[in-house]
Write a protein of this length. Structure first.
Lengths: 111, 113
């Protein structure tokens, strides 16, 4: 079952912040985050492992709450280059070797 | 340069004509996978492979076949394509499942008429 992402779409002005949420109905071993620009392949941003860690990548960071089976991606002081569709991928481990992606969140940053 | 190479980038074919989309990686990755991407549905996994000769179904395997005879190659085979297989296909690889990020190929846009 695909993880659920929210919101489906968001429009920001440059410099504004955004949060994208990802929740799963299954227990999670890890959560991946990817960004896909129009007409391109998805690009790996970061991975969060079981343990509730928070990670950062420039002004993009993420958290993982394994008890709630949720992850959030935080985009701070957004730039035009942040525009694209963001996907979370859920890996449940426990003998499953599938990475299941959410339907994506389209982020548009305007000047 | 570390990469996943898919061919062709674009393909238009007719219903029922067998086709193969090739995927090759030069990173010595154990794990490879195929996804299809459709508007509003995100990326859905078709098949994946843990290693040579080890493959397993993803969420949408119907109508597709794969093989993993060599570590670097993971072709996707459509033996009798149908219009509902019109989609954007991505191959991805990683050192293993779980704690590693995936590297995606550039994609293959397939149209079945």
């Amino acid at each position: 079952q695909q993880p659920v992402q929210s919101p489906q779409a968001v429009i920001l002005r440059e410099g504004e912040d955004a949060v994208i949420n990802c929740s799963s109905s299954k227990a999670l071993y890890s959560v991946h985050w990817y960004r896909q620009k129009h007409g391109e392949a998805p690009v790996f941003l970061m991975i969060l492992l079981k343990g509730g860690e928070q990670k950062g990548h420039d002004k993009i960071s993420a958290s993982f709450n394994e008890k709630k089976q949720q992850s959030s991606l935080y985009l701070t002081a957004s730039q035009l280059s942040y525009s694209g569709t963001y996907f979370c991928g859920a890996y449940s481990g426990a003998g499953s070797y599938q990475l299941t992606f959410g339907k994506g969140t389209k982020l548009s940053v305007i000047p | 340069e570390a990469q996943v190479t898919q061919n062709p980038r674009y393909l238009i074919t007719v219903t029922g004509k067998k086709l193969t989309v090739t995927c090759s990686q030069n990173m010595n990755h154990e794990y490879m996978s195929w996804y299809r991407q459709d508007p509003g549905l995100g990326l859905r996994q078709i098949y994946y492979s843990m290693n040579v000769e080890v493959t397993d179904k993803g969420d949408v395997p119907e109508g597709y076949k794969v093989s993993r005879k060599e570590k670097r190659n993971f072709p996707l085979i459509l033996e009798s394509p149908s219009p509902n297989q019109t989609s954007l296909y991505f191959c991805a690889s990683s050192p293993g499942p779980g704690p590693y990020g995936y590297t995606f190929g550039s994609g293959t846009r397939l149209t079945v008429v």
